[in-house]
Write a protein that binds this ligand. Sequence first.
Ligand SMILES: [Zn+2]
Length: 94
Amino acid sequence: MLITDYMKNSRKLSKQEIEQRIKEIFLKKPNPREIKKAKQLAMSKNIKLASFKKMFCKKCLTIFTSTNSKIRIKNKFKIIKCENCGYINKWWMR
Ligand SMILES: [Zn+2]
């Protein structure tokens, strides 16, 4: 590895630090802008959002609550309708 590359990498946050930041973002009921930031952080380190992904609308990035979403289970799919933008989020359940 080149010395310059090493210096560039050491200035960046580690994968674990990024994961920690993402967790913190989701713990405090984030707004769409914060969710976007968390997604960007995750992408920059190839981190999978996994369990967090089902907490917000794929389209408008609104965090789901009992009042802004409708959940249905159909054919092993979990279907969450976002009442904010009308988008239907589907997840395969294993
Ligand atoms: Zn939505």
